[in-house]
Design a protein around this ligand. Sequence first.
Ligand code: ATP
Length: 743
Amino acid sequence: MSDHADPVSLAILTSGGDAPGMNPVVRAVVRTALHVGARPFAIREGWRGAIDNLIEPLVWSDVSSILDKGGTVIGSARSTEFRERDGMRKVAANLVRAGIDRLVVIGGDGSLTGADTLRERWSGLLEELVEAGEIEADLAARHPELHIAGVVGSIDNDMVGTDMTVGTNSALCRIIDAIDALTSTAASHQRVFVVEVMGRRCGYLALMGAMAGGADDVIIPELPPEDGWEDAMCEKIRAGRAAGRRDSIIVVAEGCMDRHGEKITAQRIQAAIKERTGESPRITALGHVQRGGTPSAYDRWMSTLLGYTAALEVIRAEPGEESCIIGIRNNRLQRLPLVETVANTKKVIDYLEEGDYEAAVRSRGTSFSRIKSLFETLSSPLGEDRYFKDGWRPRVAVLHAGGLAPGMNAAARSAVRLGLDRGFEMLGVEGGFPGLIRGDIRPLSWGDVDGWVSLGGAELGTARSVLGIEDYFGLARSIEANGLDAVIMIGGLAGYETAWNMAKEADRYTAFRLPLICVPASIDNNLPGHDLSIGVDTALNTNVETIDKIRRSASASRRCFVVETMGRKCGYLALMSALSTGAEQVYLHETGVDLAMLTKESERMNRAFDGSRSLYLAIRNEDASKYYTADLLRRVFQQEGHGAFSVRSTIIGHQQQGGIPTSYDRTLAVSLAALAIDEVTAQLEKKERVGARYIGQHNGKLESHPIMRMDEEMDMKNRVPLDPWWISALPVLYTVAAREDTS
Ligand code: ATP
């Protein structure tokens, strides 16, 4: 913190289009400021409110119960007056009179550009105000600079340089819900639906929505389709029908053009399909539904981290520091230069005007281009069988192991389609490794996996058992008898351990020397070599939905809830559930639970209920402690509350495994399945069988490691990774939950 005599004052404003997740940022900024002794203010109604002096101090409770609210509780507006120097002068006067020279601005590129212009002009504006006698010279002297930290709030995800913007994930959830609903009605009537999504200049929502929704085709602004696209689209629809598809979904972003600058609207697509196929496609424009509603889990926990970091950034800003944006790269927060980031974002429009589509797509990042190309492959039905080489179709089996994880089907579908495209014969194994021993194997075609992208559960079944010495003979025999050239295991630790055991026995059983690729799918998020496994985002969203309901149930009573989540000994799910629902405390295996903690917690709880509190929420990871169970915690808190409040414990249980996969899990499933197919391809091509490997996305990079190194990354006794990257979010939870200590 700077050494001002007065406490540092900072203001927060939300500007431009609203986005779900803005409120969690506001909450985190306010509470972080209070936690470090700064004074937070809200500027209501965006830049217009700054002109109209709608600036007011905020206290802790002003941002209570807003984590789950869509939009922005402090209001947003657009203001033409703020674009002019005169408007900015009014803003400078209002801010400096309130003692504010630090701003956290949540908005799109326009709002952030405006903020930086205000920063640039700040000292000049204050001089003018002093000269005009509107403010005192010593007031101006105490605030020589304006410091800005930006958080990008925009459902479009159109800021170059940051992976995600606040609201995008929630908007994708709405899009996927809509596409899933349309798919079932489209399939019933074998109908084509054209779905228009938001994104005037950015095709992120359209592309990810199409990918996660299993659409037939997508049109995005960055890549206007080549002439003749109407024929190609209709041909794709026809080929899909021939391959067994009953539904056809075309996704188009609202701002698309063709290569001649003519708009490609949903109506134009509808007419083109009607003219060529005689079918009568239906149009669904999702409109503002995409913007509204409660924020997703991601838009709560990530926005909380963004708000916390932005507040500290602006409070600790030193003289002469340039404005920054707190962005997200590879699930980690990053400080980005505001001016450069906004300029790079604006360049995309120039690229499109110049017809440099390659540059436009490239500026969206490598994963955008990768997903675009994977979408093309996954959505294009294969005509006839392909061969890997010289008439050879390697036989590649797909199976699941471990507990159910939402998204397993999406991963299996992608592996099958991408494998067929490579010239593999793809086989599905029913019931995991035990099924493989039994020989429960069937070929899977492109059409067989149609619709799997949105299915919860596992169509191929799964098995939790780890195979041991008594199973090796049967397993090796089955691999040989079925002529398997490779196995892709999509699942959890039981699958990894079986693969590990097989690798260890590969000298004795030569059948085990085949490429065996482990793809992380587990709601526990406890596997090596990756940040997030398939299924965990869905489980987290299930928890958030459930805990929201629990919170509401307590609104009319004085109640403490102890909610238990899954995760085995890995606390990811518990901590992120706590951060996303505004819990006061979280019990993790990583940090342990002891009697001293519970004593402190009881005291804290009593103090809270002595005040105005009607709810106290504590989240417990299922294996946080062997002895301090959810029920025991309930009894302790009940006893220590001496009747001042009641305590209930709830175990969320298997709903966490059974959800419909979120868009994040579906896209991750595609990405990891593609990497698994690349790994198999590389090993088969080289004829150098390096055997079992596990893959994952770690720190933004897709990586693959030999399974024999698993114990270097894992605490095998507790079955958790050695380096839980997410644990750094714990102090943030305690900061925004107003604990006097942060432990
Ligand atoms: P969205 O993603 O919803 O478009 P945005 O922040 O880009 O969000 P804009 O309408 O461009 O939305 O900007 C919001 C407000 O920010 C404007 O009404 C205006 O007050 C201010 N603003 C935008 N651009 C500038 C600019 N170049 N200079 C000064 N102020 C600006």
